[in-house]
Design a binder for this molecule. Sequence first.
Ligand code: GDP
Ligand code: IMO
Ligand code: MG
Length: 427
Amino acid sequence: MENTVVIGAQWGDEGKAKITDLLAQNADIIIRYQGGCNAGHTVVNDGKTFKFHLIPSGILYKNKICFIGAGTVICPEVLNEEIENLKKNNIDLSGLKISPLAFVTMPYHIDIDGCSEDTAKGAAKIGTTKRGIGPTYTDKISRHGIKVQDLFDIDGLSKKLDNILPLKNKELTLIYGLKAYSKDYIMDLCAKYAQILKPYVCFEWQKIFHKAIEQKQSILFEGAQGVMLDVDWGTYPYVTSSNPVAGGACTGSGFGPNVIKEIIGVSKAYITRVGEGPFATELNDETGDKIRNIGHEFGTTTGRPRRTGWFDAVVAKYGVLVSGLTSMAVTKLDVFDTFDEIKVCYAYKDKRSGEIFDYYPTNTNIHEFLEPLYETHAGWKTDISNIKAYDELPQNAKKYLQRLEELMGVKISIISVGPDRHQTIFR
Ligand code: GDP
Ligand code: IMO
Ligand code: MG
């Protein structure tokens, strides 16, 4: 397999994990490059469901290196739960490795995320997963972060905390009215975290990466979230705090852009979003409920009902551009099996001026004035969940996919017609 990046091309939950798991079969190294336990990645293998937050979705295969990369933020407690759950299911974890350069989510990050979400009013509410993701990345950028490698250098950690903890405690108590943490408590906690992570932390990652390049091993880069949640390219401020776009695969892994050959975007045949922020094609009606119910659109991490809407080709085309997608995987096509009609948004119209946008307007302040323009496609009214070949798809399903290709400007290389591995059509 050519070295490939798998990224979400919408607002997350597109089915990236299913696609990553499938492609991982032919990969030597699978590396998760950004995000943290805000991600909820579902893999269904022979009817058995696995949910991952941090562990790469290639872990179900033996003899693969599954790397949690430098661009991620790690909550050791959540990771420990994932590890224990996999052990219970007799999954081999000998290939699991953690970058010493990844950042650790501390309890104060979770406190701050929860409190700022709970107290935010109106437009200030982001609808985060309250997993401490934003505050962990904030500390990384402001150079107050704790890296995984710091947990193994007690003296260094102690000195760092002497600088960081008084600042954090001021923030916790004076801004948020929360409890401060003692240094002893945090040092003890870090010792516990070190114990959890120790079997997996990979200080010799450079050797492994050199070998991968020299021996032309196959590397699969797994993104979390999606293009529209990217901190630079998404619907800011209603985004996550990292770079899910393909560029993030380099900064978050330690491999350069020259090793990447394929970039597969993953899109649902419709679109969903959890949390706040603009969503032009959102359906607050019976059709939206129907998509939610048939597609089981409830968050993997938080259980929140996902907002649902028609496929937005303007969003998809934007993703093709900013992530340089070489092809798209379209998932959940089966969810439309009973639909009479399916709509696709091909452009937006500004209700004030009549201006038409066939590219994504990045100023989210104007989105309340935008109206999606739709074309309507006839449904196929057939169960497609067991179809294995593109040619066997009903004519109307093929027409729908062909139209999406035209609008997005990229080929559809994979079509997913159900959650299980075998419910997949490769072209
Ligand atoms: P991710 O975060 O992008 O990996 O996606 P999630 O795991 O959060 O959400 C995708 C959900 O859709 C999971 O429950 C998958 O099992 C399920 N799924 C993936 N592909 C398909 C598909 O083609 N059809 C149906 N019906 N479900 C799918
Ligand atoms: P996967 O990898 C869908 C959303 C949250 C919120 C915003 C910021 O499973 O696709 P954060 O906790 O990251 O600060 O929240 O981002 N969000 C996701 N939405 N799928 C995800 O991950 C998400 N991770 C974060 O709902 O709107
Ligand atoms: Mg998810």
